[in-house]
Design a protein around this ligand. Structure first.
Ligand SMILES: [Zn+2]
Length: 484
């Protein structure tokens, strides 16, 4: 919504009229009223007096089951007054599971919990809006035979001493998704104690499926498996982008160790110095993206490819930064029997730009297609090069053991993002036509160094990606398009 600051009274009048017409609509139709209310059930529940809020690690699905409640008493300093007050920290896990580290709750008491999915829940209290044991009775009356058996088992722990229990109920929302509400209550002699407090509770759902869906990650990509070969600056951003988009499984291939040289242009931070890059990324990415599984191959790309690794992959991104090796690997990929998208990505020195090439293990188009001159003869400089050949671009700060090509994190991020996007497009839409994508930087730093750029770099900003693709592919290539 965008409001016009100049028209106060009209904005207020419009808001009132809109609210009035909504009320009119709902009053006229009780079914709308009810579904609107139940769409907001969780918020209403959270607003009931004395409502507690916890965290949950169990998925909100349609499987009725016993769960475990964990509670820890804490003394908290109230703001300003310096007064201390007792608070309870609640969290919930699958039965018997440990509390996830990210909840920051240790040495908690455990209590029995029950999770049930109901097509409809009894109406919550309205006037007064105080929860009582009547609500639990209402729930019990709606249970199926198998749910009643679970309910009996749930209450069976309480003999002569009173025990605190937690019940969670999920119910479908007309607007999509599921509401989840909970009740903390006491039981004794297999009965709910109606003279004890019945407290509403809601939770933050810290589960892989919920956080993925809510965070815009694709649930369809959860079952996909992508290999990222080369986990330097560009490769690390490719892996991070794929994981954040929702890809559920990554295989990371790199033999290199993370060093202090890499910190400012890599996903990993200083704590990972001395780690194998792939192991560092596994720890870092699995922590960041719940539900992600990362496999590590501390290997050179060519050794990894010798194994039978293609069987369960859905795509590969190569970000090795070595054209010679990547051309060799490109030829190997053309021998793979399965149809699989393969993206090659690399960046140019300084701030000139970056490239990403989508190919497929089957059909026409390969990395070798780029290494052709105008006449179609083999060339060592790709048609896509932004920099004229035979120029010195490397620098070193401490001697020849630390030779590097200067470029920044921005260049690496932008290139990695482009490559990940290209592969995700191929996986999602099943496209296998070869495509060339690029981005062009300002080249200011490169020019200041006196570096000579190619005609293509100067033309590139005014050329569309499809024109560029057509000029790169479609020529004779003995590796993918018949012998010449
Ligand atoms: Zn080719």
């Amino acid at each position: 919504m965008s409001l016009d600051w100049e028209r106060h009274s009209e904005v207020v009048a419009y808001t009132f009229l809109e609210a009035f017409s909504q009320l009119e609509k709902w009053t006229a139709d009780e079914s709308i009223q009810k579904s609107e209310f139940f769409n907001e059930l969780e918020a209403y529940w959270n607003g009931l007096p004395g409502a507690l809020r916890g965290r949950s690690a169990f998925e909100v699905d349609e499987v009725d089951r016993l769960i475990t409640a964990h509670v820890k008493d804490e003394v908290k300093k109230a703001d300003g007054t310096g007064e201390r007050k007792k608070v309870q920290r609640w969290c919930f896990t699958e039965r018997g599971a440990e509390i996830p580290k990210v909840f920051f709750v240790d040495s908690a008491q455990t209590k029995r919990g029950l999770y049930l999915h109901l097509p409809e829940v009894p109406s919550p209290p309205e006037f007064p809006n105080v929860l009582t044991a009547d609500f639990l009775e209402g729930v019990r009356a709606r249970l199926s035979v198998s749910q009643l058996a679970l309910w009996t088992e749930f209450l069976s722990t309480s003999k002569s001493t009173s025990k605190q229990l937690v019940l969670f109920i999920s119910t479908p929302r007309a607007a999509g998704g599921r509401s989840l509400i909970g009740v903390v209550f006491s039981a004794k002699d297999h009965q709910v104690q109606s003279d004890q407090p019945v407290t509403p509770i809601t939770v933050r759902r810290q589960t892989a499926a919920y956080m993925r869906e809510r965070g815009g990650a694709s649930l369809d990509l959860l079952g996909k498996h992508v290999a990222v070969v080369g986990c330097g600056a560009v490769g690390s951003f490719v892996a991070d982008t794929l994981a954040s988009a929702g890809v559920g499984r990554l295989t990371l291939v790199d033999f290199d160790v993370f060093s202090e040289d890499n910190v400012f242009r890599h996903v990993l931070d200083e704590r990972y110095v001395g780690f194998d890059k792939v192991w560092g990324l596994k720890i870092r990415l699995e922590q960041q993206y719940p539900g992600l599984k990362v496999d590590c191959a501390v290997k050179h790309a060519q050794d990894w490819l010798c194994q039978d690794v293609m069987a369960d992959l859905d795509g590969v991104v190569l970000a090795i930064g070595s054209p010679t090796l990547e051309r060799l690997l490109s030829r190997r990929f053309k021998m793979v029997q399965r149809q699989l998208p393969v993206v090659f990505t690399w960046l140019e020195a300084m701030d000139l730009g970056g490239h990403s090439v989508l190919t497929s293990t089957r059909g026409e188009g390969c990395l070798e297609c780029l290494y052709r001159d105008e006449e179609g003869a083999q060339s060592l400089l790709p048609r896509t090069a932004f920099l004229e050949q035979n120029q010195r671009v490397t620098r070193n700060l401490t001697g020849c053991a630390s030779v590097f090509v200067p470029y920044g994190a921005l260049q690496a991020r932008r290139t990695g993002l482009m490559a990940a996007d290209q592969l995700l497009g191929a996986i999602t839409h099943g496209t296998d036509a070869p495509a060339y994508q690029f981005w062009v930087g300002t080249g200011t730093a490169a020019q200041a160094q006196g570096l000579k750029t190619t005609n293509w770099w100067r033309r590139a900003p005014s050329v569309s990606q499809s024109e560029a693709t057509a000029s790169v592919f479609g020529r004779a290539c003995k590796h993918c398009r018949g012998h010449v």
